[in-house]
Design a protein around this ligand. Structure first.
Ligand code: FAD
Length: 341
């Protein structure tokens, strides 16, 4: 049916590691489909910190989360991966012929020879403030991440929280907003001391306000926020607000990945460090979702894991083909695949 796809490899998760896996698999002629709950590629980089600089990607002294995502998309474009966004992989079954069948919550079925789980922190979700009716404002005037800074330009912004996200966005948005109030339930902040100092400076210069209190109630119409009420030591305080950014942390839930019979270790998928294979032959796990002795949850580790995984995946998809190790610099074969020769 039109909802069934057959391919060599299905990659669960379109974060930086899932994206780079398309490249390494593509060099070995393996075709991929990529499935992600988010509505666009990039995983944590695109969802949690698109405009923040990353300083430890080899070869890039500095690159933003979105910049890295855009570059990876350009790098894998020659391999024509098929993306399926805004759907969650809910089931993984083994077929009698040895292949795998994946099912999504959008009623699709994927049949493949190899499954690569690049599910990162799992199906991560921002924690909601415990306020009645807040869901009506989400995505319109209440956001749990800053996708475009311009959405906050000339707005009355309330940022709630005491960690790095709350502090960073207070500092970054302050120059472009109409007004900004940072609200935290206590005077002490968890974020980087330097950010706390910078924030305090803005308060003493009168450029932002700081309120110690807890969010109690939101007011507005048709998804557009107009006021937010807080419980403070001095009683109920309300602020005019057209945008609110609550940073109450994220819940990193393993999600369905935990129900597929794979060996887990502290809610992460146990793998070896030769192939990054899981306890089920044909199923690999790379990036933040896996664990092994010495594991570092860094993007560069995931890239390395993708390269080694691809070699092992190739042997499963084409057991009789001999793979010759080649450099992209000097192999015309590889360059043809990349469309540059
Ligand atoms: P993720 O980026 O988490 O992507 C996994 C994707 O899988 C997600 O999009 C998720 O929606 C999807 N998914 C999960 N389960 C399913 C399912 N069942 N069905 C469909 N889709 C699913 N790392 C560095 O190396 N350097 C840094 O400077 C750095 N800074 C960071 C700053 C912040 C604020 C944060 C939060 C992280 C930072 N990291 C940094 C960590 C880095 O972002 C992660 O290591 C990286 O994103 C892991 O990539 P990934 O592809 O494994 O997983």
């Amino acid at each position: 049916s039109q909802n069934t796809f057959e391919t060599d490899v299905v990659i669960i998760g379109g974060g930086p590691v899932g994206l780079f896996a398309v490249f390494e698999l593509g060099l070995l002629d393996l075709k991929c489909h990529v499935i992600d709950i988010l509505d666009r590629p990039g995983g944590q980089c695109a969802e949690l910190y698109p405009e923040k600089p990353i300083y430890d990607i080899p070869g890039f002294p500095v690159i933003t989360g979105q910049g890295l995502t855009d570059n990876l998309m350009a790098q894998i474009a020659p391999f024509g991966p098929q993306f399926h966004f805004s759907r969650m992989v809910t089931k993984l079954d083994k077929l009698p012929d040895g292949r795998f069948q994946l099912t999504t919550d959008a009623d699709e079925t994927f049949i493949c020879k190899v499954v690569v789980i690049a599910a990162g922190g799992g199906s991560f979700q921002a924690k909601r403030p415990p306020v009645e009716g807040i869901d009506a404002y989400e995505g319109k005037s209440v956001f749990y991440a800053v996708r475009r800074m311009d959405d906050f330009r000339d707005q009355d912004v309330v940022i709630v929280g005491g960690g790095d996200s709350a502090l960073d966005w207070t500092l970054n948005l302050q120059p472009i907003v109409r007004t900004l109030t940072l609200v935290h339930r206590r005077r002490a902040f968890r974020g980087a001391p330097d950010s706390v100092n910078k924030m305090e400076d803005l308060v003493s210069e009168g450029k932002i306000s700081l309120l110690i209190g807890q969010i109690a109630r939101v007011e507005g119409e048709n998804g557009q926020l107009s006021r937010v009420h807080f419980a403070t030591e001095a009683g109920d305080v309300s602020l005019p607000a057209t945008r609110m950014l609550p940073f109450f942390g994220l819940t990193m839930k393993l999600g369905p990945v935990g129900d597929w019979g794979l060996e887990l270790n502290d809610n992460l998928i146990a793998v070896d460090t030769e192939k990054f294979a899981t306890s089920v032959p044909g199923v690999f796990a790379i990036g933040d979702i896996n664990t092994y002795p010495g594991k570092l949850k860094l993007i560069l580790s995931g890239f390395h894991e993708a390269a080694l995984m691809a070699q092992a995946a190739k042997k499963i998809v084409s057991p009789d083909e001999r793979v010759v190790f080649q450099y992209t610099t000097s192999s015309t074969k590889l360059q043809k695949k990349l469309g540059v020769a």
